[in-house]
Design a protein. Structure first.
Length: 511
């Protein structure tokens, strides 16, 4: 500093001598003119000299600095250039690379390293590396002190053996701290290649550069935090969306189940009310029908005995009476059959169940109905081996009888009936198809309604399919129907192969 002060003094004297010389020179040259006699001339002359000599003074001072400190950089220009680059990057490793390049370009040294961390975390770690800032340096740096191994920047710190040891361990000659909101750390530089110590100008440059690096690192951390927050928010939105979709699906399933239960309850109540009505009507009809059916044989026998000794004219009358009695007997039988169907529909009794082969039941039903289609309808069988079905054989036979009878009645002249069996997973499927007149689309949804029939008056009661559906439902199965007018109808009876169903009474009551 003394040597530099001496140089400044000599140079300042030289500048002063030049100034005085210039004044004398101009005074001699311009003594004859009136210009020097003006009061404004000294002021203007002095300003002109200052404008001319001040740049010279600055260049001389910069020359002295280069001689004594070998400083060749313009700190403001370097900071302006690096600051614009730091402001445009959000990558911590890129920030560290820019800082190293700026320091190495302005102050060539043995190596520049950037350490950063959170205020509440442990020792700051090197950006882009794995080294941590030693605790012996972190404590004084956290207090804002600049540490140097040489040069006397922080006398109290440089005398500490621990600081010297930690700086030597990092291969550093100086450490400049920085702090900006959520980022703390230090800019550590190695020894200058010139061998000279760091000057106050170097320290101010390093402080400013470290502050810019801290701002850039804070921006990078904020950006990463926003990215993580955005990613977490998107994931939470997706999770919430999936949860809502699952909830909506559960609600939709629950609503569908509730509607199905509601329909089942309404249908069960309707069927229960109808069953009670039908049971009462069947009971009231059964008594007189039984009386008539029981009286017809006795009346026939009496008419036969009366005809044995009667005259010819009376015999003719008695024969007519016997014909009328026969008509009464057939009507009573027909009425008894209807009453039986009504009683079956009103209350399907729970009979003993046992494993049965549905192929055998179909064969029995086909043989019993053979008289209905003899020489008119061809029955095609495609029966495959089936697992046993736990069922009431009598009720299942009634189902097949009703469907085969309907198929036969749907064929006006000659035609075909296909009977097929198969297995679909845990269910046994029986398909009965005909090529008769089919079912109109308007009637397709009503074929299982009690007392609904498409047959002519007196040919059907409308209970066959209703009873069949009730029997199949009591066995835990279902009946499906398809039809195209003019091309026949197809009925499928689907029953579980295992004993999973209760009686229709239990199904209707919900027990």
């Amino acid at each position: 500093m003394v040597k530099r002060g001496a140089y400044y003094l000599v140079l300042s004297g030289a500048v002063g001598i030049l100034y005085v010389g210039a004044v004398l020179l101009f005074n001699v040259v311009l003594r004859a003119g009136a210009l020097t006699e003006s009061l404004a001339f000294p002021v203007v002359f002095t300003l002109a000299v200052l404008l001319f000599f001040n740049p010279i003074r600055g260049r001389l001072q910069a020359g002295v600095d280069r001689v004594f400190h070998r400083t060749r950089y313009d700190g403001a220009a370097v900071l302006a250039r690096v600051g614009s680059e730091l402001a445009s990057t959000l990558d911590p490793e890129r920030i560290a690379a820019l800082v190293r390049r700026a320091v190495d370009g302005a102050i060539p040294n043995a190596g520049t390293r950037l350490f950063a961390g959170d205020p509440g975390s442990a020792e700051p770690r090197e950006v882009g590396g794995r080294t941590s800032l030693p605790a012996g340096l972190a404590a004084p740096l956290a207090m804002g002190r600049v540490l140097a191994a040489t040069g006397g920047l922080e006398p109290a710190a440089t005398t500490a053996a621990e600081v010297h040891r930690d700086l030597a361990a990092l291969g550093a000659d100086a450490a400049v701290p920085f702090r900006h909101h959520g980022v703390v750390g230090a800019l550590v530089v190695g020894a200058k290649r010139s061998g000279l110590p760091f000057s106050s100008r170097d320290v101010e440059f390093l402080r400013a550069l470290a502050h810019q690096a801290a701002i850039a690192l804070e921006n990078a951390r904020t950006y990463e935090a926003l990215k993580e927050l955005n990613a977490s928010l998107e994931e939470r939105v997706r999770e919430r969306t999936r949860a809502l979709e699952a909830s909506n699906g559960d609600l939709a399933n629950a609503l569908r189940d509730l509607k199905a239960a509601q329909r089942q309850l309404v249908q069960s109540e309707k069927m229960a009310s109808l069953g009670r009505l039908v049971a009462g009507v069947a009971h009231e009809i059964n008594n007189p029908v039984t009386f008539i059916a029981g009286s017809v044989p006795a009346l026939s026998r009496r008419l036969e005995r009366a005809a044995e000794d009667a005259p010819a004219e009376l015999v003719r009358v008695l024969d007519e009476a016997r014909e009328i009695v026969g008509v009464m007997a057939r009507g009573a039988d027909r009425t008894a059959a209807i009453v039986k169907d009504l009683r079956t529909f009103s209350r399907l009794t729970e009979s003993a169940r046992k494993p049965s082969d549905l192929n055998d039941a179909l064969e029995v039903s086909i043989r019993l109905l053979e008289s209905h289609w003899r020489e008119r309808i061809t029955v095609h069988r495609r029966l495959t081996p089936l697992p046993p079905v736990d069922c009431d054989p009598g009720q299942i036979n009634q189902v097949f009888m009703n469907m085969l009878t309907n198929a036969c009645d749907a064929i006006a002249d000659e035609g075909n009936i296909w009977v097929e069996t198969g297995v679909d997973g845990p269910h046994v499927v029986v398909t009965i198809r005909d090529d008769g007149r089919g079912i109109a689309p308007a009637h397709l949804s009503r074929v299982f309604d009690p007392f609904f029939t498409t047959k002519d008056v007196g040919e059907g009661t409308g209970l066959g399919l209703a009873i069949s559906q009730g029997v199949v439902a009591a066995h835990g199965g279902r009946v499906e129907v398809e039809s195209t007018p003019g091309k026949g109808a197809t009925f499928r009876v689907i029953l579980p192969a295992a004993a999973t169903a209760g009686s229709l009474d239990k199904l209707a009551s919900g027990r």
